[in-house]
Design a protein around this ligand. Structure first.
Ligand code: SF4
Length: 354
């Protein structure tokens, strides 16, 4: 280990917070195994029980109509496109029924920014779900909540309270990508800004909703922007303690971004370890085996990850972009056990399910 990494490791061992400059030094290092050692030290301190959790949920993309345009998204369709859709309550109900049959706990429901879907659509949908199924609704990422608030002429807090009353349990951290305006101006149009993403989450946390946080990396962002993103999440967590987990995944280049090369396993694992070190106030980090494959997902358990994510029954957004892996429950267990951990089923808030 170099002097520079040793100095940072001393800080980590003493429980001291890493600075932006420390983060830069970590990214400058190619000593992957030392980064893993440091991240694993933190992971073991936070999770001495040797447990790796996972969840059974179903990803339901209720509409693919979107008025925004993100250059990394192959999922959205414009209004009137022959491939555009909005799922009916019956179809959504059937998907939840199938999820419950395999012991599923939650639905992760996200979609495009569809101007035809007003507040009533969501409140009626959530009420329909809660009246008919015992399921946790983890739905509507900040861009969707921002857009719904805008077309409803309501504040984020008002919007979230209405949705919560109708049955929304928690908010997924999608649509964060990289939380800097330069990145968002270049890669997206018509989507919430970095400040707005943070503010939606702040409001969700303040009304008692837990949320997750994400980062999509490996495109046009700089290392400085990755660090700015992580530090913004860390600051909000200091303020609210509302994030249950962080999930980082590499961008899957679409045909529009074919000039960008997919990031390597080395870069994925390095960024994962650094996220664990920078996000000192996050308990849980989730593997991204859906994009990285189970082999890298398993190795990431030694890079600060303590959660194997989801046995997902559907994944339309990632699979639209070209890369998607699938694992059975047995395979999830085998990957966790062979790495030396005990697999445990969990809820959204990371309480364990027997
Ligand atoms: S990423 Fe989301 S907001 Fe962007 S185009 Fe796709 S569906 Fe729309």
């Amino acid at each position: 280990m170099t002097n520079s990494l040793e100095r940072i490791f001393d800080k980590v061992k003493e429980g001291k917070r890493l600075t932006y400059e420390d983060g830069f030094e970590l990214f400058a290092s190619n000593d992957l195994l030392s980064l893993a050692q440091m991240a694993d030290f933190v992971r073991q301190k936070k999770h001495p029980n040797n447990i790796v959790t996972y969840i059974i949920d179903r990803n339901i993309n209720y509409t693919n109509v979107c008025v925004a345009k993100c250059s990394f998204c192959s999922f959205y369709r414009k209004i009137g496109d022959k491939e555009s859709y909005v799922l009916s309550n019956e179809v959504i109900g059937q998907k939840i029924k199938e999820l419950k049959e395999v012991g599923g706990y939650q639905i992760l429901m996200q979609g495009g920014l569809n101007p035809a879907l007003k507040m009533d659509f969501y409140t009626e949908l959530f009420r329909f779900i809660k009246e008919n199924y015992d399921v946790h609704i983890h739905a509507l990422s900040p861009p969707e909540i921002h857009y719904l608030a805008k077309i409803s002429r309501k504040t984020y807090k008002e919007t979230l309270l209405i949705l919560q009353e109708a049955g929304l349990d928690s908010v997924p951290g999608g649509g964060a990508e990289i939380l800097t305006d330069r990145f968002r101006n270049e890669m997206t149009s018509g989507k919430c800004s970095a400040d707005e993403w943070i503010d939606v989450m702040r409001n969700a946390h303040k009304i008692g909703m837990r949320t997750t946080a994400t980062m999509m990396f490996g495109s046009i962002e700089t290392i400085a922007e990755r660090l700015e993103h992580l530090i913004r999440l860390r600051s909000l967590q200091d303020e609210t303690n509302g994030f249950t987990a962080f999930i980082g995944w590499p961008m899957q280049p679409t045909h529009e971004l074919a000039h960008l090369q997919e990031i390597t396993a080395f870069e994925y694992l390095k960024t994962t370890a650094i996220a664990r070190l920078m996000l000192d106030n996050f308990d849980n980090l989730q593997a991204s085996w859906v994009t990285q494959g189970p082999k890298i997902g398993q190795i990431s358990l030694k890079f600060g990850i303590n959660d194997f994510g989801s046995l997902m029954m559907e994944e339309n957004v990632v699979s639209s972009a070209g890369t998607s892996f699938h694992l059975t429950l047995d395979e999830i267990h085998r990957n966790i056990k062979e790495a030396g951990y005990i697999p445990k089923l969990r809820k959204m808030d990371y309480t364990l399910i027997n």
